[in-house]
Design a protein. Structure first.
Length: 372
C-alpha cells in the first residue's frame, strides 16, 4: 500500500440519546433491504437527527423460522466493539415486531460495488479483504463463528471502509475444536465441511477466500446455476484463475480454500500472523488500516438519493407497517438502549409477558414489553 495514500480522517459519532426509544422516535426515510423475516430501512432519529439502519423482524414469521437466531444476533452484537463490525445502538420490540437499530452504511453493500465495477483491482481487493480478515479474527478471538460471510452482508461506511453487517447466523461459544452441524449459509460461500454438516470456525476462512476471489474475478470460484452442482464443485472441482490474478493472490486464495479445514490458512494459534506474513500483502500497512489512515479507493457520495440501493427497493413506500398476523410472541420482547438502560435483579412473567434482566457475560440487558 503506497504510503502517500495514508491520510488522517475524522468521523462523526451519533449524539447520545437519553431514554428508551420506540418506533415513534424514528422517521423512516427509505427501504434499503428486505428478507423473508422483514426489512432494513434507513431511518432518522427525530430528537438528534442521526441516521441509522433499522432492522425490522416480523414476529409472526419468526415463529415459523428460528427466533433463537435473532436472540443470538442481539446478544452477540452487544458484546462486539470493532471498527469493521456494525454497531448495535438500540433494540426494542412491539406486539408484532422486533427492532434492531444499527450503523447505517451510506455506501451500500460490497456486492453492489462488485457488480457495478465487474471486478476490483488487486490493491482495492487487498484494502477490502484485509478489513474482513481483521473482523473475522476478532470474532474468533471472542468465541464467535460468523458462519455466513458474503458480499451482500458487508456494508460500506461514509469513509469507504467496510463493516460486517449480519450476525444473525453467527454461533457463540466456539473454539478451534468446537463443531457445529447446523446447515446454513449461501451455497457459493459454503465450505466442504459445512456442506457435509460437521464444521468449525474454519468455515469463515474459506468464505474469506471465496470473497477475495469474487472481488478479483467478479464471480465466486465455484459458481453454477444449479445449487447441487455448486456443492459438487466445492467438494471436488478444480480452482481456476484468469490470467490477470497475480501468483501471490492465487496462492493466498488457494490456502484459504484448502479443503482440509485443519490446514486452512487462518487456523491455529498463529492464524492471523500466518495470514499477514503471506507474500500477497507486500508492504501493506495493517496499523494504518486499523486506525483508518488509509484513504479508501472509493468514498461514497453522501446524498438523500438512493444511490447505493437496489432498484427493487427504490419505489417501496418508506413506512414502518405492521405485519398482518396478530400472533402474540410476548416472551421474545426486549428493549436495549446503549446510553441509558435499567438493570433489574429478577425475571418475572405476568400474563405471558416477560420482564426482567438477562445476564450475559459482563453485560446486563433490560427486557420490557411495549405492547400495552
Amino acid at each position: 500500500m503506497n504510503a502517500s495514500r495514508i491520510v488522517t480522517v475524522k468521523t462523526r459519532k451519533p449524539k447520545p440519546y437519553r431514554g428508551e426509544p420506540t418506533p415513534n422516535d424514528f422517521e423512516v426515510l427509505m427501504v434499503v433491504g428486505r428478507g423473508s423475516w422483514g426489512k432494513v430501512s434507513k431511518v432518522r432519529m427525530k430528537s438528534t437527527g442521526d441516521i441509522y439502519a433499522m432492522k425490522t423482524y416480523r414476529k409472526a414469521l419468526m415463529i415459523q423460522l428460528d427466533a433463537s437466531l435473532t436472540k443470538t444476533e442481539f446478544l452477540i452484537h452487544k458484546r462486539l466493539d470493532h471498527e469493521f463490525i456494525a454497531h448495535l445502538h438500540y433494540a426494542f420490540s412491539t406486539k408484532n415486531k422486533l427492532y434492531l437499530i444499527m450503523d447505517f452504511m451510506p455506501g451500500g453493500d460490497l456486492y453492489i460495488h462488485i457488480q457495478k465495477e465487474g471486478r476490483f483491482s488487486e490493491s482495492k481487493s487487498m484494502f477490502y479483504i484485509a478489513q474482513v480478515i481483521l473482523a473475522v479474527d476478532y470474532l474468533h478471538r471472542n468465541g464467535i463463528m460468523k458462519r455466513a460471510i458474503k458480499a451482500e452482508d458487508i456494508g460500506m461506511d461514509e469513509m469507504g471502509y467496510l463493516k460486517l453487517l449480519d450476525i444473525g447466523l453467527a454461533k457463540d461459544g466456539m473454539t478451534e475444536t468446537t463443531r457445529s452441524n447446523h446447515f446454513c449459509g449461501t451455497p457459493e460461500y459454503m465450505s466442504p465441511e459445512a456442506i457435509n454438516g460437521d464444521y468449525g470456525i474454519a468455515v469463515d476462512w474459506w468464505a474469506v477466500g471465496v470473497l477475495l476471489y469474487e472481488m478479483l474475478v467478479g464471480v465466486p470460484p465455484f459458481y453454477n446455476p444449479s445449487v447441487q452442482e455448486i456443492y459438487s464443485l466445492i467438494a471436488m472441482g478444480d480452482l481456476k484463475f484468469p490470467e490477470h490474478v497475480s501468483p501471490n493472490a492465487q496462492d493466498i486464495i488457494k490456502k484459504f480454500l484448502q479443503r482440509d479445514d485443519k490446514l486452512r490458512l487462518g487456523m491455529g494459534p498463529n492464524g492471523l500472523s500466518n495470514i499477514k506474513s503471506h507474500p500477497y500483502w507486500g508492504e501493506f500497512n495493517w496499523e494504518a488500516l486499523i486506525e483508518k489512515r488509509i484513504k479508501a479507493p472509493l468514498v461514497p457520495e453522501i446524498t438523500d438519493l438512493p444511490t447505493y440501493v437496489c432498484d427493487e427497493f427504490i419505489t417501496e413506500p418508506a413506512i414502518d407497517s405492521d405485519c398482518d398476523s396478530p400472533t402474540v410472541f410476548y416472551d421474545f420482547g426486549f428493549h436495549f438502549c446503549e446510553d441509558d438502560w435499567k438493570e433489574v435483579s429478577s425475571v418475572s412473567v405476568y400474563r405471558n409477558k416477560l420482564y426482567g434482566c438477562l445476564k450475559y457475560y459482563d453485560v446486563s440487558f433490560y427486557f420490557i414489553d411495549l405492547t400495552e
